[in-house]
Design a protein around this ligand. Structure first.
Ligand code: HGY
Ligand code: MN
Ligand code: MN
Length: 421
């Protein structure tokens, strides 16, 4: 089994990797990400897994052994994650969950295990929201939280509409499905997926600090993205006196400073990682600056308080600078607590005691499925660097293999019994 994992990992290594940074550019519906989807389909075929998919391109590869109950009688046990990355991202965020899921199927088969329920390996598209700005776009679509109306209005940074990126046939299928309505998609998903387990590289150092190779996710912090548009007056960088300017870059800079301070004081998270200046000229006071705030907090009230503090300070600064401000909420993910009984069941009874249970401030497809009422749980694999969404993201092979074994154990427990309601 280990060479299976390592062979699969080697397959993915070069796909979408930047020679300059070592980071990954696997944006949805671009060739590196489509190459990974084709790789996944080949891996599923090699295992005689029956691949199903929805209109948007989310995939589930099913192991339905003879004698297993059909999904209609006992919705499946599904594991998986995503294959897309952030810009210049790490190798593990997403793909580790997909490769580990395939390796876990191999391990279960090697053990001679035969599931009582269908067992699926899932890949959700555009989890990072790095191209169209909507995180967990695929799982939101699958759960009915997003539909064609929202999807068809999305554009990437080059102005490419999502319908053009996905291609005419997919766009037509999405539009046709829209008539059926979101409730149909959620019930379709619920009919197939009785429980979802996502294995993911840890995006922090909690497992390193606990000296544990594997942990179990208890929940996900509420988080969201807000677009701040600062408008001022374009002018000459040399001949315009400082006191005569209405400079949106100044208002943005003071807002980023305020966000950082507010989050630090409150023990929460606020990031302006993306900013666009127009016309973006070295010798031009910008006419407008747009910054995207990624804010996260341990509960809904703390998140609302943080975002309101940033909004208030941004508006006050705009007043002072003679600039104007508009703010649009682009996405929001409520707090998610995974099914406590499921968490306890998965974390308990392992060699060396229970696995540590930890919350995360990172969003995941498991969070979207849990929010849609599908019992979900996460397994985290130790990341010795604690770095994520960057080339430094890492997991050691021995820890990855512990993760595969932990996932196989979890799937075995869940797929040995019929769905319980
Ligand atoms: O942004 C996140 O929290 C996740 O990695 N998509
Ligand atoms: Mn991820
Ligand atoms: Mn991520």
């Amino acid at each position: 089994m280990p060479d299976d994992f390592e062979r699969m990992w080697r397959d993915l290594e070069p796909v979408g990797r930047s020679a300059a940074t070592g980071g990954y550019f696997r944006q949805p519906w671009t060739s590196p990400e489509r190459e990974l989807h084709d790789w996944f389909l080949a891996q599923a075929r090699a295992r005689d897994l029956e691949v199903t998919g929805d209109e948007l391109g989310n995939l589930v590869a099913w192991w339905r052994p003879a004698g297993a109950l059909p999904a209609s009688a006992s919705p499946g046990v599904v594991t998986g994650s995503h294959l897309d990355s952030v810009l210049d991202g790490g190798a593990y965020d997403g793909p580790l969950g997909v490769v580990s899921a395939l390796a876990a199927v191999d391990l279960l088969r090697a053990r001679g295990f035969v599931p009582r329920r269908p067992l699926g390996v899932a890949v959700f598209v555009e989890e990072e929201g790095s191209r169209f700005g909507m995180p967990c776009l695929g799982s939101r679509y699958a759960t009915g939280a997003l539909g064609w109306r929202e999807l068809s209005g999305l554009r990437d940074r080059d102005g490419v509409p999502l319908p053009d990126a996905v291609g005419a046939a997919t766009a037509e299928a999405l539009e046709a499905q829209e008539q059926a309505g979101p409730a149909v998609r959620l019930s379709r998903l619920r009919d197939q997926v009785g429980v979802f387990v996502e294995l993911h590289v840890e995006q922090g150092r909690a497992l390193v600090d606990r000296n544990a190779a594997v942990g179990v996710g208890s929940g996900i912090w509420p988080h969201g993205r807000w677009r701040f548009e600062f408008t001022g007056r374009a002018d000459h960088a040399g001949t315009t006196r400082m006191e005569d300017r209405a400079d949106p870059m100044l208002t943005f800079a003071m807002t980023a400073l305020a966000a950082n301070k507010q989050a630090r004081l409150a023990g929460q998270r606020a990031t302006f990682g993306r900013v666009e200046a127009v016309p973006n000229g070295t010798n031009v006071v910008p006419s407008s600056v747009t910054g995207w705030l990624d804010a996260r907090a341990e509960d809904a009230d703390a998140l609302a308080t943080l975002v309101e503090a940033v909004r208030t300070q941004a508006a006050a600064r705009a007043e002072r600078d003679g600039t104007s401000l508009s703010i649009a909420a682009e996405s929001h993910s409520p707090a998610v607590w995974f099914d406590p009984r499921l968490v306890e069941r998965v974390a308990a009874e392992h060699e060396g005691g229970d696995w540590p249970v930890l919350p995360t401030a990172a969003g995941h497809d498991a969070g979207i499925l849990a929010a849609a009422g599908i019992p979900s749980v996460m397994l985290f694999v130790r990341n010795p660097t604690g770095v994520s969404h960057a080339p430094g993201e890492h997991a050691e092979v021995p820890d990855c293999l512990v993760g595969v074994s932990a996932l196989a154990d979890t799937l075995e427990r869940l797929a040995s019994v019929e769905a319980t309601g």
